[in-house]
Design a protein around this ligand. Sequence first.
Ligand code: KG4
Ligand code: ZN
Length: 335
Amino acid sequence: MLDREGRTAWAVLSSQIELHQPYGGCVPELAARTHLSALPQLWRQVPPELLPALKALGVTAGPGLPGCLLAGVNFARGLARSAGLPLYGLNHLSGHLFSPFMPGGELSGRPVLFPHVALLVSGGHTELYLVRDLCEILLLGQTQDDAVGELLDKVSAMLGYGYPGGAMLESIARSWPGMTPAGRCEGPFAFTIPMKLSGDLNFSYSGIKTAVVRQVRGQGTPAVAPHQHPALLAALFDAVLESLWIKVRAAAEAYAVSLITVSGGVALNGFLRERFTQEAGRLGLPCGFPCQQHCLDNAEMMAWLLRLYYEAGIEPTPFDARSNWSPGPPAGVAA
Ligand code: KG4
Ligand code: ZN
């Protein structure tokens, strides 16, 4: 729940990470059942004195696992009907895209500037958008295979550092003396920059993942020993960041925008933040990130999106859950 100024008035989190850990990944049926039982329990925790001030409700309607989306959408429908409140079907990716403008984020307090170029980097997404308006969001490029977070998580699992791996790999790479705060690395390893010459705004990370696997297993080179992991990971971050930045820069120049944003779990990465801030500065552009707590999936960013729609006078219309859905207007509203 957000207050009038868009600050968090109340929030609660229910995590299923421990529930799915024994299975080595998310079990969709278990996730949906747990949503069904958790939602009423969470709602009962809402302080009753906050309820009369509510103006609108929002629910994530997609993209995501169908069973989980249905559980959420149906629960929210019941709440909205009983409370007599308008209900908005929200797009999870749009939630990430506007999170840098939230209180605590680097662009907080500024009006949302259009158009801007937005990079979304998470465990499931690596996408570049031209955000023309709250409801007009154009996909410029996307990964052709693995997402950046997925690459880091897979490399982490392979090297024995557990899941999710991005934060752990960052701290190991940071321990390499040849690594700068902006993630530029000097050392014995070097990777080809993925998709550098692709001529489009897409990304690809399966090739660099294979290159890491070959180095670690010693296919064609001596096998990488654990004490070499910092240098290897530093080189990996350097190449991945460069591959992201060259496409972001190309998009910012092609569309002559005056703002770049980065969101999603990988936006927590300190090398990425430093590198993008420096590089965007060279182009004379600000580059905005969400605050740390709004990088990973969270409900506050969805409430923020709802607030943006509400304040822009966008009316909600009936909608259904959508497991595949690109960012754009709220569900049921025509672009
Ligand atoms: O946005 P998010 O919660 O997940 C999806 O919706 O997919 O992001 C999770 C991803 C994981 O892949 C995790 O390894 C990555 O964010 N991540 C990081 C860091 N912290 C989390 N990647 C790089 N550096 C970090 N510090
Ligand atoms: Zn997400």
